[in-house]
Design a protein around this ligand. Structure first.
Ligand code: TGC
Ligand code: FAD
Length: 395
């Protein structure tokens, strides 16, 4: 009995979601799972402890198809569907939320807007190199004084003949200190939000690192500071205006996070289940006590509900029917689920749970960021509230 239960991943697909996947989903998932085992798991505690980003993994992430899995192949993507994208994010986040972040930003927040909004020339200029990991990108929406409310942004562009002059500052930008380019959102002279590709080598561009993070430590985060940066007009997305530009990218990334969080939860659950069967107190495994079983039973129940939510959202996304509010519900529920599971798993590990011999505290600390970025837990609740009542709590 216990040999079956300690077999990794054996008990993690309680409702046989596996059967709902196609062969190409399974192949993508297994390849990424193997890559994470080989390349991420052995080094991640060390990088996280030292607060260093394992930048050498960018190339490997590109090779396993983690950048834009559901974008067309000719634009540097993987040409797969949204469920393949989801299972890839799940396996990356089983390793570490910061590694999933590297892929989310590059694929969904940098490649996706360029694919969706840039001219054909710009697409061909940037997308293949982003897809291969030769270029690293970042996404600048949040500002020091405008986080949940990006429509208040003050970063701006002014027309100057063949270019725009960009001024302002962005805050909390994943990968900015190591990025070759940034997708930046700024207001034009009419106050309309515009998107553009800004290269990091241009005069007036800087990206100082934000230090002292106790969460997502293996991911590098910085500011973006623009001092009279000259952005050629061809680098500004021609058509899209307003907040729906950046928000549509967020929909894509939030969808990936809804899947990714399941990976972190599975890693915590797996560790807790094993520990509960190995650790003895009062003459028997702690997994034999009702209170431990309650924790484990609730954990696998919540993981199973999250898996079904993500899978159904994936089928809706494949049909082009997933609404932003449905994505908000899944992001909010699944990230919160993963954080709660990390906390319960930590208790099951007792004192050992606070050490880096187990992945629990790292996942727990990471998930505090995941709960906040891409729209906070409460912002997503208000999006659902707005959807069901028709009344906008933000105005
Ligand atoms: P609101 O008036 O509701 O909407 C403005 C326009 O946008 C449309 N829209 C969307 N379009 C596509 N996708 C979505 N998810 C959309 N949500 C709204 C909407 O229909 C409207 O279109 P139109 O045609 O009428 O102009 O805007 P609002 O100013 O009231 O704001 C609403 C609110 C609060 C929900 C929004 O501002 C919000 O989502 N705030 C949270 C901000 C956020 O999520 N920031 C994330 C920054 S990036 C990040 O965290 C990356 S982490 C990277 C990593 O993984 O490491
Ligand atoms: P605030 O908006 O100030 O919110 C503070 C609190 O107030 C929250 O609890 C919030 O829910 C609550 N609140 C705000 N408004 C309301 C309301 N109307 N009703 C009820 N409660 C409300 N951004 C990017 O653009 N690109 C990135 O790559 C990126 N990467 C990130 C990486 C990390 C490690 C972190 C921590 C953040 C990152 N972000 C990024 C920024 C992230 O999206 C913001 O932190 C997030 O949107 C919240 O903004 P804020 O931190 O300014 O909090």
């Amino acid at each position: 009995m216990s040999s079956v239960k300690t077999d990794k991943y054996q008990h993690h697909d309680y409702y046989l979601v596996e059967d709902l996947l196609q062969d190409d989903h399974r192949m993508a998932r297994d390849a990424v799972r193997e890559w994470v085992k080989q390349e991420v798991s052995p080094i991640i505690e060390d990088y996280s402890e030292r607060a260093k980003c394992p930048q050498h993994l960018f190339k490997g992430l590109a090779e396993i198809g983690a950048f834009g899995p559901s974008l067309p192949v000719q634009y540097g993507g993987g040409g797969m569907d949204e469920i393949a994208y989801g299972v890839i994010m799940q396996e990356l986040e089983r390793g570490d939320s910061g590694i999933r972040s590297m892929a989310s930003v590059q694929g969904s927040l940098v490649m996706y807007p360029i694919y969706r909004f840039a001219s054909e020339v710009q697409k061909m200029k940037y997308l293949p190199k982003l897809g291969s990991g030769e270029f690293i990108g970042c996404f600048g929406l949040t500002e020091p004084d405008h986080g949940s409310n990006p429509s208040g942004m003050t970063t701006n562009i002014k027309d100057d003949g063949d270019a725009y002059i960009l001024n302002g500052a962005k805050m909390w930008i994943t990968n900015s200190p190591v990025a070759d380019l940034a997708v930046v959102w700024a207001k034009d002279e009419e106050g309309k939000i515009r998107g553009m590709v800004v290269e990091s080598g241009w005069k007036g561009f800087s990206a100082p690192e934000i230090k002292g993070k106790l969460s997502l430590r293996a991911s590098i985060t910085g500011e973006l500071v623009f001092e009279d940066v000259r952005v050629p007009k061809e680098n500004v997305f021609p058509e899209v205006r307003g907040l729906k530009g950046p928000l549509s990218c967020l929909s894509k990334a939030r969808y990936g996070i809804a899947w990714g969080a399941i990976g972190a939860a599975l890693d915590c659950y797996d560790s807790a289940l094993r520990y509960s069967l190995e650790r003895e107190q009062f003459g028997k495994p702690i997994g034999g006590f009702q209170l431990t079983q309650k924790k484990l039973a609730e954990m696998i129940t919540e993981i199973t509900k999250a898996q079904l939510l993500a899978w159904r959202l994936g089928t809706l996304a494949n049909d082009g029917k997933a609404t932003p509010a449905q994505i908000s519900m899944a992001k909010r529920n699944n990230v919160n689920m993963a954080l709660e599971i990390a906390r319960e798993a930590r208790q099951i590990h007792g004192g050992m749970g606070i050490t880096n011999e187990y992945p629990i505290m790292r996942h727990m600390m990471n998930l505090e960021t995941v709960l906040t970025y891409e729209g906070t837990h409460d912002i997503h609740l208000l999006i659902t509230g707005m959807d069901v009542t028709g009344i906008n709590a933000f105005k």
